[in-house]
Write a protein that binds this ligand. Structure first.
Ligand code: ADP
Length: 442
């Protein structure tokens, strides 16, 4: 600055001397004035160049002006490029942040103070049936037409979340969404959406299960309390008393069976997977199951009826790696079902066979009533019965096939059900090769 002032004074003095030479009276003043005017014009021109440079925002290509203007440009350039870097850094951070929200399994919608969508991630768009780009700045209530949602949004209380039907809900598949509003910034709101279909499904199943168990227990209890009342109020002879007591014992047994099956199911759900190193002899297992089944078949037989024909084929020396109690439960459930549902004179065969890929299968085939195709996919649901009274009459709990399916899943195997109404049924258990220890031939 000092050098520039000195330079200006120098040139003014030179111009004044030159002016004096030309015209001693007005020359010096005019000379000095001309230098000042030229300096101002030159500065104006340089200022204009800088303004143009700034206007075009081209930091990398500054005008080459030198001197004090050059200094000024260098400093401005440094400040501008630092700001540019800072902005790029902030933009990158914003992008990373938005990508993180995009990756979230929950939906996120940013609403302005008027409730218009400023931004939303793909999950929210899919949950609420919106287009993340096209629907920007639309009022969210115009897009989500759900009375529960509209009431929630217009109320002042957003403490709790509400559950609404998701946009992809259909008659075949309901999708449940939990939505909640949170305030942030200046009157802005964050709308979070979460897919709670699985949770509400589990909740509904739990409610159904409790209702079913209560109903199953209440029925024999009602019958028993009726008998107790009769025994208390009527003066019955010993034969009648005996009859009532034996009827009560049937109901008590029913409750016991139900509680036992419930306990088995809860143990299956809560315990570690069956070990892969405990060999169970199929022969030993089947011996107990066969005598149980024959006993059950005899106990069902009324006088004059033809007995059922039971046939068991068990391979020798084969072992299954798994939990003995669970396998017993699965196999006996299938064999006992066949005995219970097949009328007198019918035939039941329980056979083991090898499959080509080293797997092993156990099949129970009966000549019973068979099951209509529409029931087959639901048979392994808890308490699902084709014929409720037939199941109860024969002492069923409605949990047998659910137990079988669970046991097979735990052993890495599968349960296959084939049946035709009026033509009997075939229930097959398939054990994976990894759990089969074949007989060694000497
Ligand atoms: P339950 O204790 O009622 O027998 P399960 O879970 O063992 O319950 O079986 C479910 C239903 O499947 C039964 O109620 C019955 O309707 C049907 N079912 C099972 N096994 C047979 C079979 N061998 N023949 C005909 N129906 C069967």
């Amino acid at each position: 600055m000092f050098a520039r002032t000195l330079g200006l004074l120098f040139w003014m003095a030179v111009a004044a001397i030159a002016g004096y030479w030309l015209n001693p009276s007005a020359g010096p003043l005019l000379g000095a004035f001309a230098v000042c005017l030229l300096t101002v014009l030159k500065d104006l021109w340089k200022g204009q160049k800088i303004a143009n440079w700034l206007r075009h925002n081209n930091v990398q290509d500054p005008p080459d002006l030198g001197g004090i203007w050059g200094d000024l440009i260098n400093r401005m350039r440094r400040i501008l490029s630092e700001q540019r870097k800072q902005t790029q850094h902030e933009q990158q951070r914003l992008q990373d942040f938005l990508s993180a929200i995009q990756a979230s399994p929950n939906g996120v919608v940013l609403l302005d103070p008027e409730g218009r969508i400023e931004w939303c991630n793909q999950t929210a768009a899919q949950h609420l049936g919106m287009d993340a780009k096209r629907d920007l700045m639309q009022h969210v209530v115009h897009l989500v037409r759900d009375p529960v949602f509209n009431k929630y949004i217009s109320s002042d209380d957003h403490e709790a979340e509400v559950v609404i039907d998701g946009r992809s809900s259909s008659l075949q598949k309901t999708v449940k969404l939990s939505v909640q509003l949170h305030s942030y910034g200046e009157n802005r709101q964050l709308l979070l959406t979460r897919d709670v279909t699985a949770v509400s499904h589990a909740d509904a199943m739990r409610r159904d299960f409790v209702a079913n168990v209560s109903h199953e227990i209440r029925t024999p209890l009602t019958v028993m309390s009726g008998f107790i009342e009769t025994l208390q109020s009527l003066n019955l002879d010993s034969i009648e008393k005996e009859r009532y007591l034996s009827l009560m014992s049937v109901q008590a047994e029913r409750m016991e069976d139900l509680v036992n099956d419930l306990l088995i199911l809860s143990q299956l759900e809560g315990s570690a997977l069956p070990s892969n190193s405990d060999p169970i002899s199929i022969e030993g297992l089947m011996a107990g199951i066969e005598s149980e089944a024959r006993g059950l078949s005899d106990s069902q037989l009324f006088e004059g009826e033809a007995p059922q024909v039971l046939q068991f084929e068990t391979p020798q020396g084969v072992q299954i790696l798994g939990a003995s109690k669970e396998l017993h439960s699965a196999i006996s459930n299938l064999v006992n079902n066949a005995v219970r549902y097949t009328p007198s004179g019918g035939a039941i065969s329980a056979t083991w066979s090898y499959l080509a890929d080293q797997r092993m299968q156990f099949s129970v085939v009966d000549t019973g009533p068979g099951i209509a195709t529409e029931h087959l996919p639901r048979l392994t649901e808890r308490f699902y019965r084709v014929d409720r009274s037939r199941s109860r009459e024969s002492g069923g709990t409605g949990l047998g096939l659910a137990i079988v399916k669970h046991v097979m899943q735990r052993h890495g195997g599968e349960l296959k059900i084939e049946s035709e109404l009026g033509k009997g049924s075939r229930f097959t258990l398939i054990f994976p090769a990894s759990r089969v220890v074949l007989a060694t031939t000497d």
